[in-house]
Design a protein around this ligand. Structure first.
Ligand code: NAD
Length: 412
């Protein structure tokens, strides 16, 4: 298979097995999802022809609570990727100690090629196909790549029509008007900021540290704004079209406006466009990959100059590059901790849905901050105890928590 993401997820599990002794009966059960659905979704297209799309839902582990994870609409969706993402969701919910398991879904489709009408039919069709296998106490989907609050709104509506009653907690990342959270839009960035502050204290970086962020999308742009407001100097930003640099500091609000107008950060007048360099090679204190998988590899890792890397993207560092960074003593805060703010706020959204009682933005932020800070402290404790990297500290914490729940359920 071209992109065997699940093989990588299993190899991480083996690394943890070398560090701590996971019970062999538990380890055996963590080698595959508890359930995988493959569904066909027939959609009558605008031209009157039926097109059949393939969708998946992988429910990896529910020892700690209902399965939880997003739905991706992308042409490259494949079963290995969906399984891997569902495993990583299991570790992510465990690291931040929320009472949920891990799942993930996807549909093989290029949503940019669909009309709005076709996209709505596909979203509703996916819910019809998996209806019996989701629910607030069973499996709770959410947005992921190329799915958004509008799609979650259609999906919730379809679920409630089939169920025959209101049940907003079946899906998170909904529009605010139907039970969504007003923090969800920037929750991943905000969560990353809280762990970054903790990491900065450990590395000993000064408060006006310099930062480079790869990717200026939902997560990257919000984080750039939050960091600038808090006194950090954003010196390099990039998107799919290229990078801009200004060592005096970029004005993030102006860059955002420029990108909204032109479609890219490139060409922003208050910066240089540097052609023969890469964002990861910039002379900064903190590097934040916030775009794609596998952006730091064994081929380019030597150029990294930052003292601290915060993985806002999922899987931006290949295992080979990760080992080199560890040897060079460059601290990496791993994705399963750094970008967990999104799922934490999803969980808080679900709690509010269950109560039918909604909190202020300040209250949600306060809870998010507390969870992210505590999670960092628990991960750090494991890192020190096992004399290992922050990544392995996070994995040990997560897998110990999942294993304990499995033992307590007698699943061994
Ligand atoms: P997004 O689609 O909003 O933004 C992605 C950004 O990356 C865009 O600015 C795009 O131009 C840029 N990009 C694409 N190719 C690039 C390249 N080669 N070099 C530099 N930039 C490039 O996506 P997002 O929601 O911000 O997610 C970014 C990453 O964070 C993904 O890995 C995602 O899985 C992860 N993540 C996001 C969330 C969330 O809540 N948004 C939660 C958890 C994890």
């Amino acid at each position: 298979m071209k992109n065997d993401a699940f093989a990588s997820a299993l190899s991480q599990l083996e690394q943890v097995q070398k560090l701590i002794k996971i019970d062999k009966n538990i380890f055996a059960q963590l080698q595959s999802p508890q359930r995988i659905l493959e569904v066909s979704i027939p959609v009558k297209m605008d031209n009157g022809n039926i097109q059949v799309f393939t969708g998946y839902r992988s429910q990896f582990n529910d020892a700690r609570g209902p399965f939880k994870g997003g739905i991706r609409f992308h042409p490259d969706v494949n079963i290995s990727e969906v399984k891997a993402l569902s495993a990583w969701m299991t570790w992510k919910t465990a690291v931040v100690g929320i009472p949920l398991g891990g799942g993930k879904g996807g549909v093989i489709v290029d949503p940019k090629k669909l009309s709005e009408n076709e996209l709505e039919k596909l979203s509703r069709g996916y819910i019809q196909a998996i209806f019996k296998f989701i629910g607030p106490n069973l499996d709770i989907p959410a947005p992921d790549m190329y799915t958004d609050p509008k799609i979650m709104g259609w999906m919730l509506d379809e679920y409630e029509k089939l169920a025959g009653f209101h049940i907003p907690g079946v899906i998170t990342g909904k529009p605010l008007s139907i039970g969504g959270s007003n923090v969800r839009g920037y929750s991943t960035a905000q969560g990353a900021f809280y762990v970054l502050k903790e990491a900065v204290k450990k590395v000993g970086i000064r408060k006006d540290a310099t930062v480079a962020i790869e990717g200026f999308g939902n997560a990257g742009a919000h984080l750039a704004q939050i960091l600038q407001k808090n006194g950090f100097r954003i010196v390099a930003l990039s998107d799919s079209k290229g990078m801009i640099v200004n060592y005096m500091g970029l004005d993030v609000e102006q860059v955002k406006k420029y990108k909204e107008k032109t479609g890219s950060v490139v060409g922003y007048p208050g910066a240089e466009k540097i052609k023969h360099s890469h964002i990861i090679a910039q002379e900064v204190d903190i590097l934040i990959p916030s775009a794609l998988e596998n952006s730091i590899t064994v081929d380019n890792v030597k150029t990294v100059k930052a003292k601290l890397i915060i993985e806002v993207a999922n899987g931006p560092i290949t295992p080979g590059a990760d080992a080199i960074l560890a040897k060079r003593n460059i601290m990496v805060v791993p994705d399963i901790l750094a970008n967990a703010g999104g799922v934490v706020v999803s969980y808080l959204e679900q709690v509010q849905n269950a109560y039918g009682y909604y909190w202020s933005e300040e209250k949600v932020l306060k809870k998010l901050e507390q969870i992210m800070k505590e999670s960092f402290a628990y991960v750090w404790e494991q890192k020190m105890k096992h004399n290992t990297t922050v990544r392995m500290g996070a994995y040990v914490l997560a897998i110990n928590r999942v294993s304990q729940a499995m033992v307590d359920r007698g699943r061994m």
